[in-house]
Design a protein around this ligand. Structure first.
Ligand code: GLP
Length: 262
């Protein structure tokens, strides 16, 4: 696992957007580039930069197929806090991706299990995900795979912890009761099956998650730690998120990847 440490949130996003743009450009045009995507505040700076690169003609999304990580159960698309709405508002409405190449789990589906099985099958039918971009919760969850979700989990229905509902209540008038209790989410193994995984970890509040994911043992307590078993996983982070790393860990990654520093 690579840990690329940047000075701050903006440089972290600049590095990550550059990395994604390069991967899209390098794709063999005979096959679509399959990109996994997250919601949350962490990827916003990356989406902004990818939109700029698309507008400047540096990259195109015409040959990109996307799969989002997760969606709340019970929120219709037009609800401002649905992940469908978030993704269109912050990204898809501003790039040249054909609409039928966007995949987002339907949290309003009548048969939620069937919806999740369909999603996994569609990913498989496209040959798997080339690059999964993600974030992390303060408790180290990836997508909505809360602590103690199996590291071999696949796409399914998840119950959200009280902690996550409290953290996400900032988007629901600060009332955790208004945050849906369930979500559909790709599994930990759906993420780690991707050919490359890139997580964005920024800010002091993610410092424990970063330390557990990098220095701790592989454990479902911190689902982020599954990345340690992936052969092509990158964590792009900022200085603030490094606050709980051992000095020697911090120095090691700063030194090895110093040429990646912006
Ligand atoms: C939610 C999402 C995760 C995301 C996390 C962190 O729980 N399901 O995919 O990584 O929030 O969000 P933020 O980037 O806003 O800190």
């Amino acid at each position: 696992m690579k840990v690329i440490i940047q000075k701050d949130y903006e440089t972290m996003c600049e590095w990550a957007a550059g990395h994604i743009a390069e991967a899209i450009r390098a794709q063999d045009p005979s096959r679509p580039f399959v990109l996994g995507l997250p919601t949350g505040s962490s990827p916003l700076g990356v989406y902004r930069r990818l939109i700029e690169k698309n507008r400047a003609g540096e990259i195109t999304f015409r040959n990109v197929v996307t799969f989002n990580m997760d969606e709340y159960v019970g929120l219709p698309r037009e609800h401002e806090q649905s992940y469908w709405y978030f993704m269109h508002d912050n990204f898809f409405d501003h790039i040249d991706i054909p609409r039928d190449q966007i995949n987002i789990l339907n949290g309003m589906a009548e048969d939620l299990e069937a919806e999740c099985a369909r999603y996994e099958e569609k990913i498989r039918s496209l040959g798997g995900i080339d690059l999964f971009l993600g974030g992390s919760g303060v408790d180290g969850h990836i997508a909505f795979n809360e602590p103690y979700t199996s590291l071999s989990s696949r796409t399914g229905v998840r119950d959200l912890t009280e902690d996550t509902k409290i953290v996400n209540s900032r988007f629901f008038g600060n009332d955790p009761e208004l945050v849906p209790s369930r979500a559909l989410s790709v599994g930990v193994a759906t993420v780690t099956d991707s050919r490359e995984v890139l997580l964005l970890i920024s800010g002091h509040n993610k410092a424990r998650a970063l330390a557990a994911g990098v220095e701790g043992g592989v454990s479902s307590k911190w689902t982020i730690s599954a990345l340690q078993l992936h052969n092509n996983a990158i964590i792009a982070c900022d200085e603030a998120a490094c606050g709980e790393l051992k000095v020697e860990t911090y120095r090691y990654f700063r030194d090895v990847y110093r040429n990646e520093r912006i």
